[in-house]
Design a protein around this ligand. Structure first.
Ligand code: 5AD
Ligand code: SF4
Length: 462
């Protein structure tokens, strides 16, 4: 059975997109639409799109075309797009995807229910995009009952990395007022959320381009930088929930942020800190604003305060002009810093970015080879780095039954590494337990729940 007002959202891209999809789901539900459990049963299918690489766009376009083709056998089906690719391609989308019903840009998601209602009333196709974002565009709704929640603190990006489409599609930086963020965190904590992730493209730049704190108010811990102050205030409002934030940038790894991470016990000792390259020449061409030594020093500042800090990263291989020597410099720095995981991306020229005008010098085969080599490096080093946990009891938040084996449960340690353990009576998603680690693989730790840490045995849920 297909109900015309049931919807399904397919999300591509980053955590920002995951969060936007959640907000859209809440908005549509509040307007009387119902979330459908599957694409096949939905009357309206929405695709939240990503533009970061050509392949990401191809996926959204391919998916949308397939869905539009299904209209022949699914009368009444409506297909809409939202997110980054809508901002980039605007009107052109309706030529690229004939039969598309609507498209809404990332700054105007609040209007999506109106757009959909008008399409259902026969007024389509509709395009809604805006160039600016402000307080009125902040969406605050969260799904009920979730164990973890994302909270946007900073929208857009003011960096001008030579390869990146994000400033074009997500606009310039705008930070939410701290009081608004803290109120949202408090609401989530009251609703039982156990893990809060603060989100921004370059999250540590929070409060650099617009004021977020009332003048004259002092921070209890003597923090003066807006992001460190926010961590402190969120920590106080989070009701014991763990706090994470992503993504980092070396320029934000100040001594003060390090002190906040080191002294606020609920802030998790993990950071996703994109490196992109380990070659000074390539970093300069990328306009990343740091060199290898700058990155090293940023990490050293953090580790001085958070000795067990676990780092993950992003690397681009095959940037225009990247030689074998540059690539080897990246491998060396990756090994030296000791990342436990990395997303490796093959460079993809994005129209309108500075690097798109430079010759794409590295062949697809060579990009693939560099990608493989780095992935193998990282897996090898992750095994060595994880081995230090064998025999330790790691604090873990229970997520639920393991996807691979229903006799096992999965959880996430404070270090953001998945831990797998045999099913134990009385455990529920969201419980905090201790897992004694017995063996490790590149992306997973395996162990046993320490019985005295099981809330069902009387341990506090702390
Ligand atoms: N080509 C390949 N990878 C890219 N990224 C951003 N832009 C590009 C591009 N044009 C990668 C970066 C970033 C991650 C989200 O995507 O590594 O950190
Ligand atoms: Fe996220 Fe960037 Fe993709 Fe937009 S383009 S969804 S900001 S990764």
């Amino acid at each position: 059975m297909t109900a015309a007002n049931s919807f399904f959202i397919k999300t591509y891209g980053c955590q920002m997109n995951e969060r936007d999809s959640e907000s859209v789901q809440v908005l549509l539900s509040a307007r009387g639409f119902s979330a459908s459990p599957s694409e096949g049963e939905a009357g309206v299918i929405l695709i939240n799109t990503c533009s970061v690489r050509g392949k990401a766009e191809d996926k959204s376009i391919g998916k949308a075309r397939l869905l539009v083709a299904q209209k022949r056998i699914r009368p009444g089906l409506r297909v809409g797009l939202f997110g980054c690719m809508v901002q980039r391609l605007k009107d052109d989308l309706f030529d690229l995807i004939p039969g598309l019903d609507f498209a809404v840009g990332p700054h105007r998601l609040g209007l999506l229910p109106d757009v959909l209602a008008s399409v259902l009333a026969g007024e389509g196709p509709r395009l809604e995009v805006g160039e600016e974002r402000s307080e009125g565009d902040v969406l605050r709704g969260h799904r009920d009952g979730a164990m973890g929640a994302f909270v946007n603190i900073l929208y857009g990006c003011n960096r001008r990395c030579a390869y990146c489409i994000v400033p074009t599609v997500r606009g310039g930086e705008w930070s939410r007022p701290a009081a608004d963020v803290v109120a949202e965190v408090r609401r989530l904590a009251d609703g039982g959320v156990r893990e809060i992730t603060l989100l921004g493209q370059s999250v540590m730049s929070y409060g650099r381009t617009n004021a977020v704190w009332p003048e004259g108010e002092a921070s209890p811990g003597g923090f003066t930088e807006p992001f460190a102050r926010l961590l402190e205030a969120v920590h106080a409002a989070a009701g014991g929930a763990w706090i994470r934030f992503t993504s980092g940038h070396p320029s934000g790894c100040t001594a003060e942020v390090a002190r906040a991470m080191g002294t606020l016990p609920l802030v998790c000792p993990h950071l996703h800190l994109p490196l992109q390259s380990g070659s000074d020449r390539i970093l300069a061409r990328m306009r990343r604003g740091y060199d290898a030594e700058g990155y090293r020093q940023a990490v050293a500042r953090l580790r001085a305060q958070v000795p067990n800090l676990v780092l993950t990263t992003d690397v681009i291989v095959g940037f225009p002009g990247e030689t074998e020597e540059d690539f080897e410099a990246t491998r060396r720095l990756v090994g030296e810093i000791g990342f436990v995981n990395a997303f490796i991306f093959k460079y993809s020229p994005r129209p309108g970015t500075p690097a798109a005008d430079w010759e794409d010098t590295v062949s697809p085969e060579e990009k693939m080879r560099r990608n493989q080599v780095l992935l193998e490096d990282i897996d090898r080093q992750a095994l060595t780095l994880h081995a230090r946990w064998i025999g330790s009891d790691l604090e873990t938040v229970v997520e639920g039954v393991s996807r691979r084996n229903s006799e096992r449960w999965a959880g996430r340690t404070r270090y953001n590494i998945t831990a797998i353990f045999p099913k134990v009576e009385g455990l529920h998603p969201g419980d905090r337990i201790k897992v004694r680690i017995e063996r490790v693989r590149a992306q997973t730790l395996y162990g046993q729940v320490q019985a005295e840490s099981n809330p069902a045995n009387g341990a506090s849920a702390g």
